[in-house]
Design a protein around this ligand. Structure first.
Ligand code: NDP
Length: 246
């Protein structure tokens, strides 16, 4: 099976930004999408919009820190559409603070969502992929893990842990069942930085976003590119950043 049409794709963090743009694009190109996040009002609106345009979408309340929520996401995909072809593990949170601040709560919040959340998705999806004999994990990582910037240590570490996880999983899965793709966006204009609770860090990040950030649709197109390849072609790593990003 190649292409996007008729594929069943579950997306975490589908309520805004990159996740929402990806859901719109994939649905437009004929995929059935299963939208997961905590803000279900947003998901309901997005699902309604997709259906109005003739697409197929269902909604699932998901907090990725809870393994059982990811199991439900996968289960709902299988119940509604008969299988799961792709899990896009995209939910993420970012805070910026020097390590010296020793803010354990913020560190743990990032690790819980960005790393454990992805692991919970893998744990839920892999048994289904194995039973089907095929499946694709796409995870949103970050250029923060490539060019390490002071203040982003734990965020970058959480993203690089996922990058490592993907590479190990790839090496463990060479029987042709599983494809893995790590997507590394640079500055993308989304709500990500609006949730930062430190006002100075938030303002600085918002300014950088406004100045050079690219549209989330650019990342959605990269995800679509990875998904549409034939089964014997794995797009392992993709970096998508503003041309002017340093
Ligand atoms: P947004 O803030 O717009 O989207 C983040 C999404 O993650 C939201 O849909 C949010 O949904 C979801 N989310 C957060 N916490 C949880 C949770 N506990 N359970 C379920 N969902 C959760 O930002 P982006 O679209 O930019 O972020 C998407 C991904 O891209 C993230 O992994 C981010 O780290 C990564 N990224 C973004 C970059 C950028 O410049 N924007 C750059 C590099 C990487 P809800 O709150 O409704 O649960």
């Amino acid at each position: 099976m190649s292409g996007i049409e008729s594929k069943v794709v579950a997306i975490t963090g589908a309520s805004s930004g990159i996740g929402a743009a990806t859901a719109r694009l994939l649905a437009e190109r004929g995929a059935s999408v299963v939208l997961g996040a905590r803000r279900t009002d947003r998901l309901d609106d997005l699902a309604a919009e997709i259906r109005e345009r003739g697409g197929q979408a269902i909604v699932c309340a998901v907090d990725v820190t809870r393994p059982e929520d990811l199991e439900r996401l996968v289960q709902q995909a299988v119940e509604a559409f008969g299988r799961l072809d792709v899990l896009v593990g995209n939910a993420g949170v970012a805070t910026i603070a020097p390590v010296a601040d020793l803010d354990l709560d913020r560190w743990n919040a990032m690790i819980d969502v960005n790393l454990r959340g992805v692991l919970h998705g893998i744990a839920a999806a892999l048994p289904v992929f194995r039973a089907q004999g095929r499946g694709h994990l796409v995870t949103t990582v970050s250029t923060s893990g490539i060019k390490i910037v002071p203040g982003q240590a734990v965020y970058a570490a959480s993203k690089n842990a996922v990058r490592t996880l993907h590479e190990a999983l790839r090496q463990e899965s060479t029987d042709g069942t599983l494809r893995t793709t790590a997507i590394s966006p640079g500055f993308v204009r989304t709500e990500l930085v609006d949730h930062m609770d430190d006002p100075a860090a938030r303002a600085e990040a918002q300014q950088a976003m406004a100045r050079i950030g690219i549209a989330p649709e650019a990342v959605a197109r990269a995800i679509a590119f990875a998904i549409e390849q034939p089964d014997d072609v794995e797009i392992g790593d993709l970096t998508i950043r503003p041309t002017v990003q340093g």
